[in-house]
Design a protein around this ligand. Structure first.
Ligand SMILES: Cc1ncc(COP(=O)(O)O)c(C=O)c1O
Length: 441
């Protein structure tokens, strides 16, 4: 059967079915997508080609932290696109250094290298750790420390280096052999970390809150031990804040709940408001291991993305928005706890700020589908953890609507056929919260 006819489609001549046929014929088979075609968004809402509205509690997997079509993002992109989209990294432009200074000031680190994605920021961090180890290897020693420690359930990206420190064998095995010398430690197992952290280690990479791994947080004891061991061995402690960083926890960086700094931090996803931009931040000590020619990129840190990222940081660091992240988090968690008292298959609610996970005692995929058909976008990670990464500007009413739709999705799966009370996706876009407007609770 031709792929054009085998792809499911919602209605015979819909824009969705036409797109689905082309997608099925010409896109590589890397994502299992529903047939729906999204056309535009506003605030925390997305709209599909048939005019249905969806409450976006996934936010492009932590990218759309200011929602869709935020007026200040739109305006800076328009302005900068008309001035210069790309200027080679062979030259300075107006925005790269100021953005580096802003990230340094927010993080307490010193220097920045810009990339196009999270995985590339991880690659840069691993290379910097190796370059630093080589530069500081004792004179006469045959080999510089090169082993890398990472955590079980970690996710750091799909390129070879990043994949090598990503734990899940389903991502790794088809591409082996990967970069050698990586060892995985169980999360928060201080004794295992101490056993593995020997003098030949050049880096430990960890997510302060594991995203793809099911929203699990690094404990203070583990962080402190990691800091102590890395300092003792002259190895790099690398915090991967690609998913949990840049305001999502209610702090600029998730690691800032601990009392010590990492040596490097990698960020990406929301940094340029949806344009592709990542960054490696490092202390002066480690950053000094890079010199001209050792690492580079064509696109990373161009004027369009950097100008937009400066605007993103200005907007996302406003005290009112930071307070909103914390308040909405409390509201979501208290609503979910109430649901957990009624639905005994909700095992645990985890996370902080607006990176939250709901662990179920059963597979999560049917709930994601049911939520979708009720006009709610969430996803499932680690098979049974429903993940919420809504934009920072969600309002109290958005959260109330989320809880109604989430409950309807739970009921739709466990009692198929029972009457549902939550609204299905509206056929015509309804009045929604204006992009950028934050309603006080
Ligand atoms: C913690 C973490 N690190 C790295 C990555 C890879 O980022 P990218 O997809 O931009 O390469 C991701 C992506 O989901 C991530 O969540």
């Amino acid at each position: 059967m031709s792929p054009r006819t085998s792809h499911p489609h919602p209605s015979a001549a819909s824009p969705d079915s036409a797109q689905a046929a082309v997608a099925s014929a010409h896109l590589m088979n890397t994502y299992a997508r529903p047939a729906t075609v999204f056309t535009h968004g506003r605030g925390c809402r997305l709209y599909d080609a048939e005019g249905r509205e969806y409450l976006d509690f996934l936010g492009g997997i932590a990218v759309n932290a200011l929602g869709h079509a935020h007026p200040r993002m739109v305006s800076v992109i328009r302005r900068q696109a008309a001035r210069a989209i790309h200027i080679s990294n062979l030259y300075h432009h107006l925005y790269q250094a100021p953005l580096a200074a802003r990230l340094a000031q927010l993080s307490g680190l010193d220097r920045v290298f810009f990339t196009n994605s999270g995985a590339e920021a991880v690659e840069a961090a691993l290379k910097l750790a190796r370059a630093f180890a080589l530069a500081h290897a004792p004179a006469g020693s045959p080999l510089a420390p090169s082993r890398i420690l990472a955590l079980e359930n970690s996710f750091h990206g799909r390129t070879f280096g990043a994949l090598s420190v990503t734990h899940s064998s389903k991502y790794r095995l088809p591409f082996a052999p990967l970069v050698p010398g990586v060892e995985f430690i169980p999360l928060n197992d201080v004794a295992a970390l101490r056993r593995a952290f020997t003098a030949d280690v050049c880096a430990l990479i960890l997510e302060p809150i594991q995203g793809e791994g099911g929203i699990h947080s690094v404990s203070e004891a583990f962080w402190n031990a990691a800091r102590e061991l890395a300092t003792h061995h002259g190895a790099a402690l690398i915090a991967d804040e690609i998913q949990c960083g840049l305001g999502r926890t209610g702090r600029p960086f998730a690691f800032q709940k601990f009392s010590s700094l990492p040596d490097m931090v990698v960020v990406a996803k929301p940094l340029a408001g949806g344009l592709p931009l990542g960054a490696l931040l490092a202390s002066e000590r480690f950053a000094s291991a890079f010199s001209p020619g050792l690492h580079g990129t064509t696109f990373g840190g161009g004027p369009l993305t950097c100008a937009t990222a400066l605007e993103f940081l200005d907007v996302s660091q406003q005290p009112r928005l930071v307070a909103n992240v914390r308040r909405r988090s409390l509201q979501i968690r208290s609503g979910l706890r109430a649901l957990a008292r009624r639905f005994d298959f909700i095992r645990e609610i985890r996370g902080e700020g607006l990176i939250l996970g709901v662990e179920l005692a059963r597979p999560g995929a049917p709930f994601v589908q049911a939520a979708f058909s009720h006009g709610l976008l969430i996803n499932c990670t680690h098979e049974n953890v429903l993940r919420l990464l809504p934009p920072f500007l969600i309002t109290r009413r958005d959260v109330e609507e989320f809880l109604v739709k989430f409950e309807a999705a739970l009921l739709a799966v466990i009692q198929p056929g029972a009457p549902q009370h939550a609204e299905a996706p509206a056929a015509i876009p309804r009045a929604s919260s204006a992009a950028g407007k934050i309603e006080e609770p």
